[in-house]
Design a protein. Structure first.
Length: 326
C-alpha cells in the first residue's frame, strides 16, 4: 500500500487541488474493494498543525497529521496556491526541508498546477523539466530562471518528480500515477468514471498569449506594442532594431531577456493568437485568415499554428467555433 501525503499549505490554496486528489485516490480504493482487492493507497492530509486551515474565507481543511510526524511517505502532493507567490513560498518554507528529506529517502513528489512554485523552492526541480499553469509561466521564469519550464506540457515526469499544467489538468496527472502505481486498466476505469480525456499531453490549445510586459525595458515594450498593432504586416527583426535605434544583436538580447521570447517567436505568437481568435468567431477559411494575420505561405502558417497550439488550423476551428459545429 502506497502512503500518499497531500499537503495542506498556508495561505490561499486552490481547494480543488487538495480535495481532488483525496477524492480520486479514495475512489480508486473503492473501485479495488468492489473487485475484491485490497486498497492501494493510504491517504493523509498533512499540515503544519492539526488546526483547520481556512481557504477563501469559506472552506476549512483539517489536516490528519502534522508533517513533522510523518516519518516515511511514498508520494507527496503539493497543491496549487494562489496570491503573491513569493509570500506563499515564504509562508510554506518549513515544508521544504521535510519534502527534500522524504525525497532523499525515496518518496516521489508531485505538484499540481501552480503548486510548482512551492516545489521549485525545495530545489528538487533544479536541472529538471517542469510545467505549471500557462498563465503563470512568465512569473515562474522570473522566480526560477534556471529551471526548464515546458509550459505547453500537461505532465512532466522527471524520475519521480512530477508536475502538471493549468487548473484541471492535474486530473491527467492523477490518472498517469494510477497507471504507474496500479495498471492501465484501472487508469482507464478512472477516466471513464470521472469523465477525463485520457493521454492528453499538451495544454497548448488553451494558452492565450498576452505577452510579457511586466518588465522595465521601455524600448522592448514599445516594440511589443508595435508588433501587436501591426501583426497583419510583415515585420522583421532588422526593421524593429532600426526603428528603435538599437543594434540587432543588442535588441534581440534585450527582447529575449524582457519577454522570455525571441523577437521572431513573439511575432509568430501574436499572429497566431490573432488567428485563433478569428477561428473562434468567424466562418472564414484557413487561407483567408492566414492572409489577415500576415502570412503568405500556407505551409509556414499551418506549421507554425500547429507548433504553437498543438492543433492544425482546421482542428482548432472545428474544436472552438460553435458556428462550425452547428
Amino acid at each position: 500500500m502506497k502512503h500518499i501525503s497531500i499537503l495542506v499549505p498556508k495561505g490561499d490554496a486552490a481547494l480543488g487541488t487538495i480535495e481532488g486528489p483525496f477524492m480520486f485516490f479514495s475512489a480508486v480504493n473503492d473501485f479495488l474493494a468492489g473487485m475484491g482487492k485490497e486498497p492501494a493507497f493510504k491517504i493523509q492530509l498533512v499540515g503544519f498543525s492539526l488546526e483547520p486551515q481556512r481557504y477563501g474565507g469559506v472552506f476549512s481543511v483539517v489536516p490528519d497529521v502534522i508533517f513533522s510526524d510523518v516519518e516515511k511517505t511514498d508520494l507527496i502532493i503539493v497543491p496549487a496556491v494562489n496570491g503573491d507567490k513569493e509570500q506563499v513560498v515564504e509562508a510554506n518554507r518549513p515544508f521544504f526541508t521535510w519534502i527534500s528529506k522524504q525525497h532523499g529517502a525515496g518518496s516521489e513528489v508531485a505538484s499540481l498546477c501552480v503548486g510548482a512554485f512551492l516545489l521549485a523552492a525545495t530545489g528538487l526541480l533544479n536541472g529538471r523539466n517542469c510545467t505549471t499553469h500557462w498563465l503563470s509561466a512568465n512569473d515562474f521564469r522570473k522566480m526560477y530562471p534556471t529551471i526548464n519550464l515546458v509550459d505547453d506540457r500537461i505532465i512532466t515526469d522527471e524520475n519521480g518528480i512530477y508536475t502538471s499544467g493549468g487548473a484541471n489538468s492535474f486530473w491527467n496527472l492523477l490518472v498517469y500515477l494510477t497507471e504507474k502505481y496500479i495498471d492501465r486498466e484501472m487508469a482507464i476505469y478512472t477516466t471513464k468514471f470521472f469523465v477525463i480525456e485520457i493521454d492528453r499531453n499538451t495544454q497548448s490549445p488553451f494558452i492565450m498569449f498576452t505577452g510579457q510586459k511586466g518588465h522595465e525595458d521601455d524600448t522592448v515594450r514599445k516594440a511589443q506594442e508595435f508588433i501587436e498593432r501591426s501583426f497583419q504586416d510583415k515585420i522583421t527583426v532588422d526593421q524593429l532594431s532600426e526603428m528603435f535605434s538599437v543594434g540587432r544583436r543588442s535588441f534581440e538580447r534585450r527582447f529575449k531577456k524582457a519577454t522570455s521570447n525571441s523577437v521572431v517567436e513573439y511575432i509568430q505568437r501574436v499572429k497566431i493568437e490573432a488567428a485563433k481568435k478569428s477561428f473562434e468567431v468567424s466562418r472564414k477559411n484557413v487561407s483567408e485568415l492566414m492572409y489577415e494575420v500576415g502570412y503568405s505561405d500556407n505551409k509556414a502558417f499551418r506549421s507554425t499554428f500547429k507548433k504553437i497550439t498543438g492543433l492544425s488550423p482546421v482542428e482548432y476551428r472545428n474544436k472552438y467555433n460553435r458556428q462550425i459545429q452547428i
